[in-house]
Design a protein around this ligand. Structure first.
Ligand code: SF4
Length: 186
């Protein structure tokens, strides 16, 4: 009976639309089940007014580029939960570019890389910082020995501040090449 009904519906509305409707129906059933199990509930008036009671507002800067625009990070129980512009910042004067306004998601992203990974037999494996630095530097030195210092090209990051850019330039000079540029140029 149900099969007949589905066949009838799908022939009338088309397969793609029917599948979409079926997915929406499944989602609604799951939501209803969650509500019935009291896993979710409406927020209280107090929670709507202040979802993070006792949170601290910390003045900091966006680190995506060297402009260092001011942002206010709201921190609750040690976790960065919300972001706002710093109205009184002397450089950005209460504004952001579209990258900076999403700075919090760079920090909270599930895709954020927090430690070195090495691909071994097709699988990513966690390695220590010491191992990563040792392996990369050994490979770089072997390449330089075989091909000379111009084998490498150093591309600076837009996230470098003045001091980091200085050290990066010095590093390329000590390596022995003038192949250095800023990432924005590519
Ligand atoms: S990325 Fe945008 S918001 Fe962040 S510092 Fe640079 S200009 Fe400012």
């Amino acid at each position: 009976m149900i099969n007949d009904t589905f066949k009838h519906m799908s022939s009338k509305i088309g397969r793609r639309s029917f599948l979409k409707l079926a997915a929406v129906g499944a989602g609604m059933s799951a939501t209803a089940a969650l509500a019935a199990s009291e896993s979710i509930r409406p927020a209280t008036e107090e929670e709507i007014k202040d979802p993070f009671p006792g949170s601290k507002k910390v003045k900091t800067i966006c680190s995506i580029c060297s402009a260092g625009c001011g942002i206010i990070a709201e921190v609750h129980n040690g976790v960065w939960v919300r972001q706002d512009v710093a109205q009184d910042h002397p450089i950005s004067e209460g504004s952001h570019c579209c990258k900076g306004i999403d700075q919090i998601d760079l920090v909270k992203s599930k895709q954020r890389l927090k430690f070195p990974l090495k691909k071994v037999n097709g699988e990513w494996k966690r390695i220590s910082w010491e191992t990563a630095v040792k392996e990369i530097s050994e490979k770089m030195l072997a390449l330089r020995k075989e091909n000379g210092p111009d084998v490498a090209m150093f591309l600076g990051s837009a996230k470098f501040n003045l001091q980091q850019a200085f050290y990066f330039r010095k590093f390329a000079a000590m390596w022995g090449t003038n192949n250095i540029d800023h990432v924005a140029r590519i």
